[in-house]
Design a protein around this ligand. Structure first.
Ligand code: RIB
Length: 295
C-alpha cells in the first residue's frame, strides 16, 4: 500500500500579535517569522514523523524550492512536486497571546495543478493505495474522481470550505477529517450531532473524524461512535494542530490501530504541536508522542 499526500505547499508569513486584527484596525506585531507551511506539507510531515512512508505531489514556484527540501529532510518522497512559473502559495498568519490564529491564503503555484498533472502523478498509484487531500489545490474534483476510479482510499480534510468544494464529488470520499467550522460549512449544522448525522445521511458509507478543539474529538460511522477528550495544554500556537491530528490519526488507522487508540495518539501529538510555535516545525516525532503518553 502506497500513501500519497496531494496538497499545498505554502510559505507561511507569521506575525505574533496581542490580538487578531479587527475590521478597520491597524496593529503592530511583536515578531515576524517565515515558516514552511501549507496543509498538505504539514500533514505529510505529521505522517512522516509518525513513521509513515509518504509520497507528496504538489507545485511550488522558484521561490519555494526550500519546501520540497524541507519535506525531504523528514523522509517524504518529493519526486511528484513540480516547479511552475508562478509564485509559491502564501499564508499570512496572525497568532495571538492565547495561541489562536487567523489565516489568509494566496494559492499561487498550488492553483496550477491541472487534470494532466493529476493523471501523471496517479499513474504511479493504484488499487488499495491511499490518498490524503485538503482543499488548497486546484483540480480537486478531478483528483477525487480519478483517485476513486483507481480504487484508492480517499481521506479528505475539507479545508478551507468553498462553494466549489461543497458541489464536488464528495460521495467518493471514504474518510472526512474536519473541525466544527468545516463541519458547519459542509452541513449547515453547528453542533456535533447535527454535523455527523448530516454527513452520514449524505454519504452513508463514509467515516467521519470531527475534531472539537479543547473539547476533544469524535469518530463516527454508520454503526458506531468513539470519543476522545483533548489533553490539557498551555497553547503557544494552534497553527497545524489539526494537520498534526490528521497525519497521526491517518497513520494509526493505516497501521490497523483501533479507532480509540488512533484518537488517543492523534490527540497527544496535536497537544504537543500546540505547545510549540510554527506549523511543520511544531509537529512532534512518534517517540515524543509515545513518551508523553506513557509519562
Ligand atoms: O493548517 C495550517 C496551514 O494552513 C498553514 O501552514 C497555512 O499555510 C495554511 O495552509
Amino acid at each position: 500500500m502506497k500513501l500519497l499526500v496531494f496538497g499545498s505547499l505554502n510559505i507561511d508569513d507569521v506575525y505574533l500579535v496581542d490580538h487578531l486584527v479587527k475590521e478597520g484596525e491597524t496593529i503592530d506585531s511583536r515578531s515576524y517569522t517565515r515558516c514552511e507551511g501549507g496543509k498538505g506539507l504539514n500533514q505529510a510531515i505529521a505522517l512522516a514523523k509518525a513513521g509513515a512512508e509518504v509520497y507528496f505531489a504538489g507545485a511550488v514556484g522558484e521561490d519555494g524550492a526550500f519546501l520540497p527540501a524541507f519535506l525531504s529532510s523528514f523522509g517524504v518522497r518529493t519526486e511528484y512536486i513540480k516547479t511552475v512559473d508562478e509564485p509559491t502559495g502564501r499564508a499570512i498568519i496572525q497568532v495571538d497571546d492565547a495561541g489562536r490564529n487567523s489565516i489568509i491564503l494566496y494559492g499561487g503555484a498550488n492553483r496550477r495543478i491541472s487534470p494532466e498533472t493529476v493523471d501523471d502523478v496517479l499513474c504511479g498509484f493504484g488499487e488499495g493505495d491511499c490518498i490524503l487531500l485538503q482543499n488548497e489545490i486546484s483540480s480537486l474534483d478531478y483528483l477525487i474522481c480519478a483517485a476513486h476510479e483507481k480504487g484508492m482510499t480517499i481521506f479528505l480534510n475539507p479545508s478551507p470550505i468553498t462553494e466549489g468544494l461543497k458541489r464536488g464529488p464528495l460521495g467518493f470520499v471514504d474518510w472526512f477529517i474536519l473541525n466544527e467550522v468545516e463541519g458547519y460549512g459542509l452541513t449547515g449544522h453547528t453542533d456535533e450531532d447535527g454535523i455527523i448525522m448530516e454527513l452520514l445521511r449524505n454519504y452513508p458509507s463514509c467515516r467521519v473524524l470531527l475534531t472539537l478543539g479543547e473539547k476533544g474529538s469524535v469518530y463516527a460511522d454508520a454503526a458506531r461512535r468513539a470519543r476522545r477528550s483533548a489533553f490539557p495544554v498551555d497553547a503557544s500556537d494552534t497553527t497545524a494542530a489539526g494537520d498534526t491530528f490528521t497525519g497521526y490519526f491517518v497513520n494509526a488507522i493505516l497501521n490497523s490501530e483501533e479507532v480509540d487508540r488512533a484518537l488517543l495518539i492523534a490527540a497527544q501529538a496535536a497537544a504537543i504541536a500546540v505547545s510549540r510555535f510554527g506549523a511543520g516545525r511544531s509537529i512532534p516525532y512518534a517517540d515524543e508522542v509515545e513518551r508523553a503518553l506513557t509519562a
